[in-house]
Design a binder for this molecule. Structure first.
Ligand SMILES: NC(=O)C1=CN([C@@H]2O[C@H](COP(=O)(O)OP(=O)(O)OC[C@H]3O[C@@H](n4cnc5c(N)ncnc54)[C@H](OP(=O)(O)O)[C@@H]3O)[C@@H](O)[C@H]2O)C=CC1
Ligand SMILES: O=CC(=O)O
Length: 305
């Protein structure tokens, strides 16, 4: 769809391009379809004087300096909504896989250990408390899955939701969530406020039996503190779809731990959802190039009228 209406230049080499590598492209670019691993900052904007719209196939936009875009009157679009159920499946799937040691069981079978040794024992979900930090669209979809598994759901946002009764989650303060949850799922956007939200103090306050799941952004967690908490068994287990750094090098010490499960940022990675995200991002890009309002704009104050 984009190619039918614009001249398209696409970065196809592995790795993240530098500003220097993109220099000539950015000089001419009127629209930018950015992936979340590209830092869209003042430097990039300065190199792109003709830019009129940015669309990103992701709901998170922590990689984009929104204020700098707004100052340049460039509307920015993300893709909320279309990935909610898919990401909730992955977040809850990580919880279930870690709790029941599904991945460890498969590794045992592959290693031929089945006949001779006791299987890895997991823990039950039903009757347990799930704490969600950042209960928004995805958190509400996770809550439905958890309730169907017989779990109690508590949550902490900056403000209590008016519809939490309907969703089936109970609001509580961050401290209480840390101290009482059997499972914690992080789904808050990465912001100045949430960066490093989970550090040594927070892990120390969790139950030693707690399972910690991060499906938001790696930098919401202090990686070294998580590593130390897992080594010291301050918490029982971690399951991460996002890490800091990302990608996590194969030599990273986290990967060697026996009480962790990591997936490579695949929250929204199904054929159907990636296709919906790509279409919504393309629609936003073309609308912006035509000077029309974007469908899902992050900085509505500069959305086209
Ligand atoms: N792993 C993956 O592949 C994916 C990861 N994500 C990540 O998940 C995030 C959430 O997505 P989505 O549910 O659609 O977003 P929403 O905006 O619907 O929900 C985010 C929630 O977080 C709360 N929140 C914001 N800041 C804080 C804070 N400092 N402490 C506690 N709660 C906070 C907000 O409530 P309030 O404002 O009241 O605090 C809001 O309810 C995205 O920003 C993205 O980073 C999304 C998709 C896929
Ligand atoms: O991480 C993915 C997103 O959509 O945000």
């Amino acid at each position: 769809a984009i190619q039918a209406q614009c001249e398209v230049r696409q970065w196809e080499q592995p790795g993240v391009p530098t500003l220097n590598q993109l220099g000539e492209w950015l000089q001419a670019a009127e629209g930018l379809l950015a992936l979340p691993n590209i830092a869209v900052n003042a430097g990039l904007l300065a190199a792109a004087p003709k830019l009129r719209v940015i669309a990103q196939p992701a709901v998170g936009y922590d990689n984009i300096d929104i204020q700098a875009c707004t100052d340049r009157k460039i509307p920015v679009a993300n893709t909320p909504g279309v990935l909610v159920e898919t990401t909730a499946d992955l977040a809850f799937g990580l919880l279930l896989t870690a709790a029941r040691r599904i991945h460890e069981g498969w590794a045992w079978v592959q290693a031929g250990k089945w006949p001779e040794a006791a299987l890895p024992l997991g823990v039950d979900l039903y009757g347990k408390t799930l704490g969600i930090v950042g209960l928004g669209a995805i958190g509400a979809a996770v809550t439905r899955r958890a309730r169907a598994s017989g779990m109690k759901v508590i949550y902490n946002n900056r403000r209590q939701r008016s519809d939490d009764d309907l969703i089936g989650a109970e609001y509580c303060c961050f401290e209480e969530l840390l101290a009482t949850s059997d499972f914690i799922i992080v789904l808050t956007p990465l912001t100045l406020e949430s960066r490093g939200l989970f550090a040594a103090n927070e892990f120390a306050r969790m139950k030693p039996t707690a399972y910690f799941i991060n499906a938001a952004r790696g930098a919401v967690v202090n990686t070294e503190a998580l590593y130390n908490a897992l080594v010291a068994r301050q918490i029982a287990y971690a399951a991460l779809d996002v890490t800091d750094p990302e990608p996590l090098p194969a030599s990273h010490p986290l990967i060697k731990l026996p009480n962790i499960l990591i997936t490579p940022h695949i929250g929204s990675a199904t054929r159907e959802t990636r296709s919906r995200m790509a279409l919504l991002a393309a629609e936003n890009l073309l609308l912006g190039l035509a000077g029309k309002p974007l469908v899902t704009c992050v900085n509505n104050e500069v959305n086209y009228q």
